[in-house]
Design a protein around this ligand. Structure first.
Ligand code: R5P
Length: 263
């Protein structure tokens, strides 16, 4: 039938309800999620919070072609209407500077950089951090500082969803180091694959590819796997590449924002 039906089996009267739903492939999840939030509220929950380790639609942060919408704003309005607070991990903040610019509820953003840096320090010898585009600079600089490693970002031009062109600055600093490509999201994989190919073309060894959100649509993982030394992601979207756990900082953020909403 394709219609969602939810039923809460536990009494929620006066209780804080926390829904946990990572929002990759969001369209199939959003209706049941909103039904669950409404059911919690109608069931008497004092507050209804959402933990969405991956927050969808943040990359649709501008009208790129006429007729499009800024979906990030409308998605924010939708979630703000049904939840009292939101916790997420490294949302794609680029043209929108802060979640507070589009969400009208309290939000808390967990940063993946400390966990990524600690994984790199334990696993990769003499890393050289490389961001595939300017938008990745915020993660690359933060992780590089925490690892005391050199870093650079490449220059990307996106022609279409699955077509990007990448140019490199001087990569001399990478010599005798392990190249580590770092980005917030791998979606179609076009960005990471093009960046990895460029590094290989420049004579560097296969890179270790690290991403916060393993959206990894279609053949993205297989294509990247063919050129990378390793692919490691945070566990915000369940995937076999998950190797960096964020449960502890997520739990801290939930305590902080749930307390804030309660005041
Ligand atoms: C945008 O600039 C993001 O930081 C990622 O680089 C981008 O979303 C990756 O998308 P894809 O894997 O489809 O190239």
């Amino acid at each position: 039938m394709g219609e969602s039906s939810v039923r809460l089996l536990s009494p929620l009267q006066g209780r804080e309800a926390i829904l946990f739903c990572t929002l990759d492939r969001p369209d199939a999840k959003i209706v049941p999620l909103l039904w669950a939030a409404i059911a919690a509220r109608e069931g008497g929950a004092s507050r209804v919070g959402l933990v969405a380790p991956y927050l969808a639609y943040m990359r649709q942060d501008a009208v790129f072609h006429s007729g499009e919408i800024v979906a990030a704003r409308h998605f924010a309005a939708l979630l703000s209407r049904h939840f009292d607070w939101l916790v997420t991990v490294d949302p794609h903040l680029h043209r929108i500077a802060s979640l507070a610019d589009i969400y009208t509820i309290p939000t808390q953003c967990v940063q993946a950089a400390p966990a990524i840096a600690s994984w790199l320090r334990a696993t990769v010898i003499r890393p050289f951090l490389i961001g595939p585009d300017e938008e990745s600079r915020q993660w690359v600089d933060d992780v590089a500082r925490r690892c005391h490693a050199p870093a650079t970002v490449l220059h990307k031009t996106r022609q279409a969803d699955r077509s990007v062109e990448i140019q490199a600055p001087d990569l001399n600093a990478a010599v005798e180091r392990t190249p580590v490509l770092l980005d917030d999201i791998v979606a179609t994989g076009s960005t990471m694959v093009a960046a990895a190919r460029l590094l290989r073309g420049a004579g560097l060894p296969p890179p270790v590819c690290v991403a916060v959100h393993a959206v990894l649509a279609g053949c993205a993982y297989a294509e990247l796997h063919a050129i990378a030394a390793d692919i490691v992601t945070c566990d915000t979207v369940s995937h076999s590449s998950n190797g960096i756990a964020l449960i502890a900082p997520l739990a801290e953020a939930v305590s902080a924002v749930a307390g804030m909403a309660a005041r």
